[in-house]
Design a protein around this ligand. Structure first.
Ligand code: E4P
Length: 231
């Protein structure tokens, strides 16, 4: 399973890449807002960093960038996607899972502009983007679970549908808005291709009270081992 960072903050992207070797980045209008920069500056800085790191190409390090959410017409979505896509070869264009969005994504994929159909909340919304060749779909996990729903079956259903019809691996499933380490596990068990989460979730996933307790136990043993007392 690949790990993407869900953020448009450069310091977080650099840290997540250096520390955890993340495989890509996803952004959305909320993340751009949180970066404190205008849209084009925020995505331009990510593009510059990609060049500096030599990570060129969406195959190597995809960065999802969402179109203006006010656009609800397929032609206007395509126009906007072309502009964003021309900025950097790593950009995969995020388009909402609506009728206009699927129409736009289908045409963009035919032009070679890769798409991530986002804001997916039911398995049926994940089928048409796959039939039409989108690179990614983003079923949201955290938003649903925050709402009291358990997402294990939902992810499993999308994986099963993709396996049944040969989409699995071609249209990659990004489990999005992942908020907890347990959700990482659920996504991995179900066979999701990718998870995307904030930096704090990656950090949390490496914390366990028993690991800390184990280190302290071993420190104590080390300190009381013959020959180590004065070291
Ligand atoms: C993923 O592609 C989305 O940007 C994302 O997971 C939504 O997350 P948010 O709730 O952190 O904005």
């Amino acid at each position: 399973m690949k790990y993407f960072l869900d953020s448009a903050k450069m310091e977080e992207i650099k840290e997540a890449y250096a520390t955890f070797g993340i495989d890509g980045v996803t952004t959305n209008p909320r993340h751009i807002q949180a970066s404190g920069k205008p849209f084009l500056d925020a995505i331009g800085d990510i593009a510059d960093w990609i060049r500096e790191e030599g990570l060129g190409g969406y195959e190597r390090f995809p960065v999802s960038v969402e179109i203006n959410p006010h656009i609800d017409d397929a032609n206007a979505m395509i126009e906007e996607a072309r502009k964003i896509g021309s900025i950097c070869k790593n950009f995969v264009i995020k388009i909402p899972a609506t009728e206009a969005g699927v129409t736009a994504a289908r045409r963009l994929e035919k032009e070679g502009i890769r798409t991530n159909v986002t804001l997916i909340f039911s398995p049926s919304q994940a089928i048409l983007p796959a039939k039409n060749g989108s690179l990614f779909v983003s079923p949201f996990i955290g938003w649903k679970e925050q709402n009291g729903e358990d997402c294990k079956q939902y992810i499993q259903d999308i994986v099963t549908i993709y396996k049944n019809y040969g989409f699995y691996g071609k249209t990659q499933i990004i489990c999005a808005a992942v908020r907890t380490p347990k959700q990482f596990t659920d996504c991995a068990v179900a066979g999701a291709d990718i998870v995307t989460a904030g930096l704090v979730v990656y950090k949390d996933s490496m914390h366990h009270a028993y690991t800390r307790q184990g280190i302290e136990t071993f420190e104590d043993a080390w300190d009381h081992t013959v020959g180590n007392e004065d070291a």
